[in-house]
Design a protein around this ligand. Structure first.
Ligand code: TXA
Ligand code: MG
Length: 326
């Protein structure tokens, strides 16, 4: 079991020695190590069972701390605008890296992913360090991201040194990933709670969205079979039909706003947001999936969200976690 603490000095001691610490962020918990120490970074890949071609995000406390690690020649103005609007917060930027970032951190790519997370404990910790923290989500590769310290303890507790307990993640969905294409146009590589329209307001350009990368694997986390429970999981666009198809099984059900009223027996049901708020859905979704995945059910059925606003980012994750049934 990993040490569970709220003490950032203990966390710093482990990190300074090249160890692994799970850190709270507003999106999901991250599995952190010194991002410019290749050996420490390599231990992140080992603990997660993560393929070495899948790069990591570097986390900083401020833009001043970030500057030595990125090349701002073409992006200084846009970075300033985005940082002003969204940082600290759930936005990750892909920027040309400087030679200070080791190849292992970016999986050999020329761009590095950077963000300033919005969590007071983690910001205090980052301020104490003289290096950035590389941190992917703190789950075994391919599994659901953790939104509490106990999710991390259950999944990775025997592989890491320490968990900094910062309470449940506030947003609950991984950050929006934004980069620029070869023509310098902003491009979203992973959807999140910060939408294309919100970014357009700041840059006066509507980002394109490029979520799958058949040839170049620009964001390998966007391939299928991610964010998945161990239990067979179905994303349903037609709940009565899907329920009927599985009526003799032991079912766990996650719905958006209302309790399912049909005659199919449900072992355990979770309604994510009675008031119909996507923010609440995002915050609670992964915890609901973790909870049902522990119950030895035959199947987890999740109701598809309406395709508007943050609903589209939630559906994006659900599509990767589940088989779709119309
Ligand atoms: O909210 C978040 O972003 C959380 C918290 C802990 O910060 N982190 C997170 O990391 O979700 P991870 O590793 O689970 O997902 C990061 C995604 C991966 O799909 C990875 O392929 C992509 O970012 N990525 C990282 N660096 C990249 C790069 N240089 N080029 C393209 N994609 C990159
Ligand atoms: Mg992840």
């Amino acid at each position: 079991m990993a040490i569970l603490t709220t003490n950032i000095i203990e966390a710093k001691t482990v990190l300074d020695a090249g160890g692994l610490v799970a850190i709270p962020t507003e999106t999901v918990y991250g599995l952190a190590a010194n991002g410019i120490d290749s050996d420490a970074v390599s231990n992140i890949f080992k603990a997660k069972g993560r393929p070495s071609n899948n790069p990591l995000i570097l986390h900083f406390a401020s833009i001043a701390d970030m500057e030595p690690y990125i090349d701002l020649t073409d992006f200084s103005e846009q970075l300033g605008l985005l940082a002003e609007a969204f940082w600290p917060g759930p936005l990750t930027l892909l920027l040309p890296k400087s030679e200070k970032v080791p190849e292992i951190t970016t999986a050999g790519l020329s761009r590095v992913a950077v963000r300033i997370p919005n969590h007071s404990l983690t910001l205090l910790l980052l301020e104490q360090l003289n290096y950035p923290l590389a941190a992917p989500s703190a789950n075994p590769s391919g599994y659901i991201s953790p939104t509490t310290a106990s999710h991390v303890q259950k999944q990775l507790g025997n592989k890491i040194d320490l968990i900094l307990d910062g309470g449940p993640s506030d947003k609950g969905l991984e950050s929006t990933i934004l980069g620029w294409d070869e023509n310098g146009w902003p491009t979203i590589y992973r959807k999140g709670v910060i939408s294309a329209e919100a970014i357009e307001q700041v840059l006066q350009k509507l980002p394109t969205t490029q979520l799958t990368h058949p040839k170049t694997l620009e964001a390998p986390g966007m391939l299928s079979s991610h964010y998945s429970p161990n239990t067979k999981t179905i994303l349903s666009e037609n709940l009565p039909k899907t329920m009927g198809n599985h009526k003799n099984k032991s079912i766990g059900l996650i719905t958006f706003q209302t309790v399912y009223q049909g005659d199919v027996f449900i072992k355990h049901q979770i309604v994510l947001s009675k008031k119909g708020s996507f923010d609440e859905v995002a915050q609670k979704l992964y915890a609901a999936m973790h909870e049902l995945d522990e119950l030895n059910l035959d199947v987890i059925i999740i109701e598809k969200m309406p395709e508007t606003g943050v609903g589209t980012a939630i559906n994006d994750r659900l599509t990767r976690a589940a088989y779709s049934e119309k």
